[in-house]
Design a binder for this molecule. Structure first.
Ligand SMILES: [Zn+2]
Length: 351
């Protein structure tokens, strides 16, 4: 029914954790007949924006028995609408993700045109039809231009929800037609409880490392946390070792399929950046339980002694420089070599 297949996550229960007040305000605004026809849900990756968009669609369209006081705050979960939205199969809740026919991660003008065609029909069942575009910043200029008029004046009983990490990544013409709704990180305690693991310490550590983004925390406990720590330990070992070993390691990281290399380098930059931020946290007197590297408090303490605030700032600047170079498509290996050379110099070979 939808112009492109919905993301895989569409089939999961859209019960978000955190940001309940934001969702409550949206539903109250809907009932006051003041819900903007084009919302931008903005916030960090994995914080629950897409789940909140589906939840909003459910609350608005639920046909279950009314709640006693005020507007509905919980979808019944059992009516036709709730069941179909939860499964990502409601014909009037249209989700547009990256174009599966394109090698590059974009939302294409082909998808935009297909959507415009679908919107010419009246909503099938919904009180309010929603088009959820995620990630909206992946729309090409051509795709966005094709949609502009419709974003400004959508068909009857239709609203747009654009999902992005940064509103500034959207075209100004799209931004000016929308209302921005900000999603903030969720408390670590709540993310850890939501993960509901047999090992509460692992849940806590994933919640801290996720920066309060529940879906990101879930990815971490599903395997990424172990991989992340393994790469961190390798990095620390090569920084302690001789230069040829370091160069061999960076060569290995920068070799292979472009997307895989990019993912590896992003992870390394993330690791270095968090080591630096942990030094600052330790310096500020934070307990080791809130460190990203809570499993390695001794390592952080030693790094912090060695670097001091000025060294941390230089490492942080080197990470930013490496990010800029990777964005500018400078040779991956050179960018990584340069970063590790700074780390090696700052840590004096004693990470
Ligand atoms: Zn319902």
């Amino acid at each position: 029914m939808s112009p492109s297949s919905p993301p895989a996550a569409a089939a999961t229960d859209p019960q978000p954790v955190g940001n309940e007040a934001v969702l409550r305000r949206l539903i109250e605004t809907y009932h006051a007949d003041r819900l903007h026809h084009c919302l931008i849900l903005e916030g960090p990756r994995g914080v629950g924006k897409a789940a909140a968009a589906r939840r909003l669609a459910m609350l608005v369209n639920c046909d279950g028995p009314a709640e006693l006081l005020g507007p509905r705050t919980t979808p019944c979960g059992e009516c036709w609408s709730c069941r179909h939205i939860a499964r990502g199969e409601h014909p009037d809740i249209i989700e547009i993700g990256l174009d599966p026919e394109r090698a590059t991660p974009i939302i294409s003008v082909r998808q935009a045109r297909a959507l415009l065609g679908a919107l010419q029909l009246h909503p099938f069942h919904a009180r309010q039809r929603f088009v959820i575009i995620d990630p909206a910043d992946a729309m090409t200029q051509e795709a966005a231009n094709a949609l502009l008029k419709t974003l400004e004046e959508p068909p009857t009983r239709t609203g747009f929800i654009l999902i992005t990490e940064r509103t500034s990544d959207l075209l100004p013409t799209v931004r000016s037609r929308s209302q921005r709704v900000r999603f903030g990180p969720v408390e670590v305690e709540r993310v850890a409880a939501w993960l509901d693991l047999d090992d509460p310490r692992r849940a806590w550590e994933a919640a801290v490392l996720s920066d309060g983004c529940p879906d990101r925390a879930r990815e971490l406990v599903d395997g990424e946390l172990d991989r992340w720590r393994q790469v961190r330990d390798e990095l620390v070992a090569v920084l302690r070792g001789p230069t040829p070993e370091r160069l061999a390691w960076t060569e290995k990281q920068a070799r292979g399929d472009r997307d895989a290399v990019r993912q590896r380098l992003d992870r390394i930059l993330d690791i270095v950046s968090r080591l630096a931020r942990d030094c600052l946290r330790l310096e500020a007197g934070s307990p080791s339980s809130v460190l990203y590297n809570a499993d390695q408090p001794e390592l952080i303490a030693a790094m912090n002694r060695r670097l001091g605030p000025a060294g941390v700032a230089r490492v942080d600047a080197a990470v930013a420089e490496a990010r800029r170079e990777l964005e500018a498509n400078v040779n991956n290996r050179l960018a990584l070599d340069a970063l590790l050379a700074v780390l090696h110099r700052e840590l004096g070979g004693r990470a």
